[in-house]
Design a protein around this ligand. Structure first.
Ligand SMILES: COc1cc(-c2[o+]c3cc(O)cc([O-])c3cc2O[C@@H]2O[C@H](CO)[C@H](O)[C@H](O)[C@H]2O)cc(OC)c1O
Ligand SMILES: O=c1ccn([C@@H]2O[C@H](COP(=O)(O)OP(=O)(O)O)[C@@H](O)[C@H]2O)c(=O)[nH]1
Length: 488
């Protein structure tokens, strides 16, 4: 009988960034790790209709890719109706799939399983892997800094009993990072009474029981947090699982269709003259905030390409099946102050729908990026050496903003009022845009220099002989060695 290639069994959360980031990373293992594997992706039915059609579209595209990837749809589960927050909802909804994941992995026999690769929100399913006698890997789609914080959270939970914004000394010590002001702690941990906090402490604890952690980062991008994990400072007295920083994993290459209108517009702009503003798959602004942005852009005098989205149709409740959590296309006539488009004609473009962000960041005319600081956006920016100004909106993005400015030095700061729904005033944004884009600004010069350095770091890391390439080889060997036929 021909030997069966060991399987990587993937359990991603349904969000595009999580699913595609995990799948792209595991495809690298399939194609470039040096050992033969197959991929089986366990598909959970997402809790919303919109996410369900998005996932189905990904599945159709990947199924046609010709790679050894199969899809296994898990039976539907009830959605938790009493979740207090998004993170709690996601973690609980995923956990309800545990018996189905167990059955699906057990049914892989006699094919050996090289690893059950778990979304960060699915980390408690390390127990399923252990019961079946197969290795488990947590996939971290966010930063090494967030990983270091999550591993350290159970320690912080024991040491600090008050809220983080009440700590003596006014900062939180996370090994591997400069002292973190509480205003930059990630959303799920800012309120310890919330079940989201309890879940994150629990997830961090369960990360420790994985066979390994696959991270979409590179050694030289985040040396501090990655060293803190490796040398045992994150969890004193207990060795953390080996971390494999195999990134940046970005699905590159342009959309392949004819040149997009945004890119055509950039073609007419001078090199490094345009500030690009875009806020991820979920970022949108209220009218009052839009006015502040228009004033800042007008007064700065700089050229700009601004992706402006309108409010989602969903009611914002965790797991509500209908409506959308994604922004809608903006009605520019309604949202923008009168005359703004005429006054900025030629030097500014406001784009009201999804934009080809990767192609835009690759364009020579783009000189700076005002971003919500989602990790995929950050990696795309650094890949092209574009300095940033982070405007965090949700999830772990406040911590990302802190790391970009205070640790990596690739961004200039922006004053964001977290207590007012992350409101930014026109004067603050104008100052930041000037600092990011003006030739004379020392702060901007440093960020530009650092971003250019990080462009080389990213490309060297994934090239043959680079640190991420080496991590991929180590991961491939570990997966191959650890492969085991699931126990019934
Ligand atoms: C990484 O830490 C957190 C991530 C999230 C989070 O949750 C999430 C859930 C969804 O159903 C869909 C999503 O798109 C989504 C996104 C998300 O955060 C972003 O994920 C990106 C990768 O997909 C990337 O890592 C960005 O940096 C993230 O901002 C939520 C969360 O708590 C609120 C986290 O701490
Ligand atoms: O108009 C847009 C908005 C976002 N993106 C892409 O969506 C992803 C956003 O991921 P990120 O981790 O930055 O943030 P999230 O959306 O998960 O908060 C990135 O690949 C962006 O390039 C895009 O192409 N066009």
């Amino acid at each position: 009988m021909a030997t069966l290639a060991p399987a990587l069994v993937l359990l991603p959360e349904w969000g595009a960034g999580h699913l595609m980031s995990m799948l792209e990373s595991c495809k690298r293992v399939l194609l470039g790790g040096g050992e033969a594997f197959s991929i089986t992706l366990l598909v959970m039915r997402p809790p919303t209709d919109e996410a369900t059609s998005e996932v189905e579209a990904h599945v159709r595209r990947e199924a046609a890719s010709g790679l050894d990837i199969s899809f296994h749809r898990l039976p539907a589960v009830e959605t938790p109706s009493d979740a207090a927050g998004v993170e709690e909802f996601i973690a609980r909804y995923i956990q309800l799939h545990a018996p189905h994941v167990r059955d699906a992995v057990a049914a892989m026999a006699p094919r050996p399983v090289a690893g059950l690769v778990l979304d960060m929100f699915a980390a408690p399913m390390v127990d399923v892997a252990r019961d079946l006698g197969v290795p488990s890997y947590v996939f971290m789609s966010s930063t090494g800094a967030m990983l270091a914080l999550m591993l350290h959270l159970p320690v912080l939970h024991e040491r600090i009993t008050v809220e983080f914004d009440e700590v003596d000394g006014g900062v939180v010590d996370v090994p591997g990072l400069p002292p973190v002001p509480p205003a930059f702690m990630p959303c799920p941990v800012v309120d310890k009474k919330s079940p989201n906090y309890t879940w994150f402490v629990h997830l961090g604890d369960r990360f420790m029981d994985a066979t390994g952690i696959i991270a979409n980062t590179a050694d030289a991008l985040e040396p501090g947090p990655l060293a803190a994990i490796a040398d045992g400072r994150s969890v004193p007295g207990r060795a953390a699982p080996p971390v494999y920083p195999i990134g940046p994993v970005i699905s590159l290459g342009s959309s392949g269709k004819s040149e997009h209108e945004c890119v055509a517009w950039l073609d007419g702009q001078p090199v490094a003259s345009v500030v690009f503003l875009c806020f991820g798959s979920m970022g949108w602004f209220e009218a009052a905030q839009v006015v502040e942005i228009t004033e800042a852009l007008e007064r700065s005098g700089h050229r700009f390409l601004w992706v402006l989205r309108g409010p989602p149709t969903g009611n914002g409740e965790a797991g509500a099946p209908d409506g959308s959590e994604h922004p809608t296309d903006a009605n520019l006539d309604e949202l923008l102050p009168e005359g703004f488009l005429e006054r900025t004609k030629g030097r500014g473009l406001v784009w009201p729908t999804w934009a080809p962000q990767k192609d835009i960041l690759a364009h020579a005319a783009v000189g700076g990026f005002v971003t919500h600081g989602g990790w995929n956006s950050v990696l795309e920016s650094l890949w092209h050496g574009v300095p940033m100004a982070p405007w965090p909106l949700y999830a772990e993005q406040h911590l990302n903003a802190f790391e970009l400015v205070a640790d990596m030095g690739v961004a200039v700061p922006l004053k964001v009022d977290r207590k007012r729904d992350n409101f930014v005033e026109a004067a603050g944004l104008e100052r930041t845009v000037r600092s990011l884009m003006d030739g004379e600004s020392e702060e901007g010069r440093k960020a530009r220099e650092k971003a250019a350095e990080m462009k080389a770091v990213c490309r060297n890391a994934v090239a043959d002989g680079g640190s991420s390439h080496a991590a991929l080889q180590r991961l491939s060997v570990a997966l191959h060695r650890g492969a085991a036929v699931p126990k019934k």
